[in-house]
Design a protein around this ligand. Structure first.
Ligand code: AMP
Ligand code: ZN
Length: 438
């Protein structure tokens, strides 16, 4: 396999060499953070008054975690570490609770982010000859703008189509011979269905790759997308608090996502105790920014669950890899006392070739118990209105779910296109229990 690097020196550096610059960057980050109201107080309480108080990377542990709630409480200026005049962009995220968080970027921040994004897309083999159709939403959400500038820097022709308007997406895709897509996996499944309806097959298109991210998805969904479009699909991880896309990205080996460790310190912790997990164990990802000027963040708890691969990657990059994100700690459902992540349900149903592009998970109260209903679209030709015709498939779905999550769900099948599709991140889980008890 041919390996392309954007910045070979940084990407393949010996981790022990990198440790020196990481320590220097961490100290500088702490000094910058001390210039914010929030960290002046927080670090002061921890007895840290200067970056020099940190003697080794291990001393990072002296710094308390930063949470999403901390970011909310610091809104709007509590975490700003530079003069407002030096800020060139803000990304604001309102999340589900509506209380906003803000990340400021200086010109240098945007430049560093662009480098990480360029490095990320290059790791997949994409290059300046590519035509990049960016179907992630442009705006306050970081998914669109983040890879936009990275792809431009690499020299691709970028089509900033943003999300939605599927008919127009298809026209652009065909007219400009798009080779690389960037979208949520749920939107690509939807796009494929619309293409197929119009009689368009992969042979009519020039696609070779897609970058997918922003929402949890299973390996089966990747395989499904690869087969549908006849392309390679790469997982992309990022979050607004750490810039956005370009935090971790798969290389051509598609075996975990390289976390750019010159720009971030990553830790994996037990979400309950806050202590580091044993090597390779699953836990909550925690990141510290090493390069960011305008909004340095120290030990930010992402709530995202993953694990670190211990083996080196064949691509030669020395940046550690994380596994597919299982979900967020706050996504966990407790159904009749059993802990379940929506991604486990997706994993179990997407294995079945009969299951179509979309599904929903509904949890309700049924007397004293919880009831889990899985609604899944089924491919045309297999779907029947007569529930009896669907019994064999129903049994397979129930069996798969029972063996992975130890729960017997109610299964409802629907025709392709029946369940609603979101432009941005897919909403799959509907937990009606809070409303029932209210
Ligand atoms: P936002 O800050 O709105 O961009 O959302 C970031 C969140 O999206 C992350 O914390 C993850 O929960 C989720 N996310 C982003 N990329 C992925 C991915 N490749 N797989 C699973 N979840 C992802
Ligand atoms: Zn690799």
């Amino acid at each position: 396999m041919e390996i392309h690097y954007w910045n070979r020196k940084v990407e393949t550096a010996d981790p022990s060499e990198r440790a020196q610059s990481r320590l220097a960057d961490l100290r500088a980050t702490i000094d910058r953070a001390l210039g914010t109201d929030f960290y002046a107080r927080r670090l002061g309480e921890a007895g840290i008054s200067s970056g020099d108080d940190i003697k080794s990377l291990d001393d990072l542990k002296r710094i308390p975690y930063t949470t999403k709630d901390d970011l909310r409480s610091a809104y709007p200026y509590g975490l700003l570490a530079v003069e407002l005049d030096d800020v060139v962009r803000v990304h604001v995220s309102s999340g589900t609770t509506g209380v906003p968080t803000v990340i400021y970027h200086s010109a240098e921040d945007i430049d560093n982010w662009t480098e990480l994004a360029a490095r990320s897309v290059t790791a997949t083999g994409a290059d300046r000859r590519d035509v990049f159709q960016n179907m992630m939403t442009y705006g306050l959400f970081t998914g669109g703008l983040g890879l936009h500038y990275g792809a431009e820097r690499v020299g691709m022709m970028v089509i900033p189509s943003s999300s939605g308007n599927t008919q127009r997406q298809i026209k652009l895709l065909r007219d400009f011979r798009t080779t690389v897509l960037h979208a949520t996996p749920s939107y690509l499944l939807h796009l494929h269905a619309r293409l197929a309806e119009g009689g368009v097959t992969p042979k009519d298109l020039a696609l070779t790759k897609a970058f997918v991210g922003a929402e949890p998805h299973s390996e089966n969904t990747r395989l499904k997308l690869e087969a549908m479009f006849e392309i390679d699909v790469y997982n992309s991880y990022g979050l607004s608090e750490m810039n956005g896309p370009g935090v971790a990205f798969e290389c051509v080996y598609k075996n975990g996502m390289h976390v750019w460790e010159d720009a971030y310190i990553m830790e994996v912790i037990d979400e309950k105790t806050g202590r580091p997990v044993a090597e390779g164990e699953e836990g909550e990802l925690v990141f510290t920014t090493l390069k960011r000027r305008a909004t340095p963040l120290l030990r930010y708890r992402t709530r995202d669950l993953s694990f670190v691969y211990d083996s080196p990657c064949r691509c030669g990059r020395t940046h550690r890899r994380i596994g597919r994100i299982k979900g967020r700690t706050d996504d966990m459902l407790i159904i009749n006392g059993v802990n379940i992540y929506p991604s486990q349900i997706e994993e179990a149903i997407m294995q079945l070739p009969e299951i179509g592009n979309n599904y929903q998970i509904v949890v309700e109260k049924s007397g004293a118990l919880d009831r889990l209903t899985v609604k899944a679209e089924v491919h045309a030709g297999i779907f029947s209105d007569d529930a009896r015709d669907m019994n064999a498939l129903r049994r397979k779905v129930i069996e798969n779910l029972r063996s992975s999550i130890v729960i017997t769900p109610v299964v409802e099948f629907h025709e392709a296109g029946f369940l609603p599709v979101q432009e941005g991140k897919a909403q799959r889980v509907f937990d009606m229990r809070e409303e029932d008890t209210a």
